[in-house]
Ligand binder design. Structure first.
Ligand code: G4P
Length: 535
């Protein structure tokens, strides 16, 4: 194996998806703990003061106590390098999540054993499905009374339309939770109560479920139930087929209790043994393989204010191919500008350090003053554009203005920057030059107002407007867009990249425009293709 093949083979870039409260933060923390990235559990979601100072990067996050922006954490386990991309749990930030999922190769879906599939789990799952992201399921909180395991497996299968197969099987639950039986390796992991410093018991190897070792380890009723359930599970579930998993058609299931560290190690091993290593990505011209010599990659997220001392914005860049070395010269394909890579960052838990080198699947942070945007492709010179980092048409629109008219010009700058960062859409109407902002979730309006106040010192006010939705306009014939814009002047605006947008007053207005202008495409999502960004 060449060095690059070896580095690719040992990498796993993944995200955890879940409904709030299922245990994503706890599991993240435990994964980092096992990976040796943090010494004490509690660093991810520390309480009170420690929590505010450590885990919240942005002022608004601190004020609201929710984690708005996704972060990246890199850790090692068993010679594997894991890049864990955190996805925001709040449903208002689905767009951010969507983009983050464009940068991973697999996902772990956490489910609360008492609750089963919840609304947010379903939505996130659908995003993964759309991208064929393979999913491992972790059913959490077995230390509490939850639902019957068959019931849970059945629900995943029915609701998410995916085959499931258990890798581990729970022995009891709640007060009588004794551990899990590993179906693949035929071993038992026993829970250890009151094990404060998190050392784990070693697995007890068995010769199958009829091994009488089990009778010695467990109470009689539990062994009997375990044997009965495992026999049933074998009959009902397909065998674990790694290709079916990697194609996104089958989800291996682990049971555990993240808070008690239980099942976390098994999950990590599952990621080592099953999860795919970094794959290539399609571009507008060709498929780029990870082991190509030349470095390429794309920006999937921009985050402001990571370091309050600097006003830099951090672009999160996923390396798609090649061996990235500090100081390498990369070109941003959109505007053909050279990007400074003297000081790229790696993210080890919440610590940051300079990245001397990186390999496909790794995420590096590039500090910049606004010249990088979401969806930008960086290469050593080849003019390709990676696809799949979309923008969505906003579903909620408001007119925005400054309380102090003298600050209007500053507002334009703030809105353009926030739009570039992907925080919200900002449209400037052709008639009257007013700003209209659009978001997917109402909380984003508040976040925006907070950021504009704290970062740009501008107080803004929102005014509701009678608008139904916005659609980006695209046509093979630019003349047609001009004719349409002239005819509908009061409903035309430009986004921060000067792409024309149709602001529809109601459903009929949109349907009618679509019917009458067949040569125009009214786009709900905008993929970042270079044509849109010709500077
Ligand atoms: P999230 O990021 O998915 O929103 O979930 P988080 O990890 O914050 O967990 C939500 C709640 O569930 C937390 O309790 C957490 O301690 C608890 N939890 C996580 N894993 C387990 C588990 O395996 N078993 C049990 N019984 N509980 C678990 P909380 O009371 O809301 O917060 P906290 O005060 O403990 O921080």
């Amino acid at each position: 194996m060449t060095r690059i093949e070896d580095e690719i083979a040992r990498r796993r870039t993944f995200a955890i998806i879940s409904h709030p409260d299922a245990g994503k933060t706890t599991l993240t923390e435990k994964l980092l703990l096992f990976g040796g990235a943090i010494k004490l559990s509690g660093a991810v979601k520390a309480k009170g003061k420690a929590r505010r100072s450590r885990s919240d990067w942005m002022k608004v996050e601190t004020e609201r106590g929710i984690s708005v922006a996704s972060s990246v954490m890199t850790y090692e386990y068993q010679n594997c390098v894991f890049n864990l991309l955190d996805t925001p749990g709040h449903e208002d930030f689905s767009e951010d999540t969507y983009r983050t999922l464009s940068a991973v190769d697999s996902a772990v879906m956490v489910i609360d054993a008492a609750k089963g599939i919840e609304s947010q789990t379903r939505k996130l799952f659908e995003v993964c499905r759309l991208r064929d992201v393979p999913i491992i399921t972790f059913i959490n909180k077995l230390d509490r009374e939850g639902r019957d395991p068959f019931d849970l497996l059945d629900e995943i299968e029915q609701v998410l339309a995916i085959e499931v197969t258990p890798v581990s099987w729970p022995i009891g639950m709640g007060r009588n939770f004794y551990g899990c039986y590993n179906v693949i390796n035929d071993h038992v992991m026993m829970t250890q109560r009151g094990d404060a410093d998190n050392t784990l018991s070693e697995p007890e190897q068995c010769k199958g479920i009829n091994d009488n070792k089990l009778d010695k380890l467990l109470p009689q009723e539990s062994v009997a139930l375990l044997r009965e359930q495992l026999t049933m599970a074998k009959g009902l579930c397909p065998t674990l087929n790694i290709n079916a998993y990697r194609e996104g058609n089958l989800s291996p299931v682990f049971f555990g209790s993240a808070i008690n560290n239980f099942g976390v190690k098994e999950l990590l091993e599952g990621l080592v043994n099953l999860a795919p290593s970094p794959a290539g990505r399609s571009s507008n011209k060709r498929f780029v393989l990870p082991d190509e010599n030349k470095v390429s990659g794309f920006v999937f997220k921009i985050q402001a204010n990571m370091d309050p001392k600097h006003r830099d914005r951090m672009a999160f860049f996923r390396v798609t191919s090649g061996n990235f070395k500090r100081g390498i010269k990369l070109i941003s394909v959109r505007n053909k500008k050279l990007v400074n890579l003297q000081n790229p960052m790696m993210f080890l838990a919440k610590e940051r350090e300079t990245a001397e080198e990186a390999w496909p699947g790794d995420i590096i942070g590039i500090a910049n003053h606004g010249n990088l945007r979401i969806g930008d492709t960086l290469t050593e010179g080849e003019e390709i554009q990676f696809s799949g980092v979309p923008s969505f048409a906003p579903e909620l629109l408001m007119s925005i203005d400054t309380v102090d008219p003298m600050r209007a010009k500053h507002l334009s700058r703030a809105l353009t920057q926030l739009a570039e960062e992907g925080v919200a859409r900002a449209f400037r109407t052709r008639l009257g030059s007013n700003w209209v902002v659009g978001v997917l979730g109402a909380l984003q309006f508040e976040i925006m107002a907070d950021r504009i106040r704290t970062e740009y010192d501008i107080i803004v006010k929102f005014t509701p407007i009678q608008l139904y939705t916005a659609r980006w306009l695209e046509s093979d014939n630019l003349q047609v867009i001009k004719q349409f814009s002239d005819k509908n002047q009061s409903s035309i605006a430009d986004d921060h990249d000067q792409t024309p947008v149709f602001l529809a007053r109601n459903e009929w207005h949109l349907d009618n425009a679509i019917k009458e202008w067949p040569a125009i495409r009214f786009l709900k999502t905008l993929e970042n293709t270079p044509e849109h960004f010709d500077d």
